[in-house]
Design a binder for this molecule. Sequence first.
Ligand SMILES: Cc1cc2nc3c(=O)[nH]c(=O)nc-3n(C[C@H](O)[C@H](O)[C@H](O)COP(=O)(O)O)c2cc1C
Length: 238
Amino acid sequence: MEAVVPKENNTREQGSANPESFAAVMEARRAARGFLPDPVPEATLAEVVRLATHAPSNCNTQPWKVYIVSGDRRDKLAARILAEAAAGRVEPDFPYDGRYEGVYQERQHQAAARLYDAMGIERGDAVRRSEAFMRNFRFFDAPHVAFFFLPEPFGLREAADLGMCAQTFMLALAAHGLASCPQTALSLHPRIVRDAVGAPESEKLLFGISFGFEDPSAPANRARVGRAPVEQIFRFIA
Ligand SMILES: Cc1cc2nc3c(=O)[nH]c(=O)nc-3n(C[C@H](O)[C@H](O)[C@H](O)COP(=O)(O)O)c2cc1C
């Protein structure tokens, strides 16, 4: 990233405000589903996690625990999760039925269509769709995976805090030229993950994030899912 230069006409002191570089980072982040094997340098990872801790939270409680798994431990964990997923066993800490209706279903279908189009998978090709889904459990070949846990007794409100931490983490990765994929799929086998990272039963797994250097040759990474028009999301009341 270039040095941050405050604008002359900034009337309020906003520290390192630089809208252009912020927009570039925001637009650089998207879900990557194919990674190179190269690990992230330790110093970069240390800076990314430092930045991630800047996320806001209710009363600054910082109700999150994040475990980052790499190397041999990552490979062994992927093998265990894959075997469990292949056997069709799922036991998430938080219920997940993945059913959307109305406009939410339309958006879901459009995103899936664009993703499978990029991968050259026909809508009716259940076998290849299933294979593509199973890549979740290989962390899309990423060398690192971060698991985001919510400690008991926290609930919905603190889950929002966890989401803010995760997005800050992914934006910090993007600012360092790194890619990521947030994955609910990685919350489906919490016992295995807790066992692998040494987390207590009182920490509940909400999602995982695979990350590393994007593989630009991976077809899935050509997908651009787009967004609903701003007017569908934000209403200005004055
Ligand atoms: C909490 C959360 C869970 C997600 N779970 C998965 C997942 O299990 N597998 C996957 O491939 N993508 C997953 N995604 C990625 C979304 O599909 C993606 O963010 C969305 O389509 C928007 O695309 P973009 O991130 O490229 O802008 C998840 C995203 C979020 C925020």
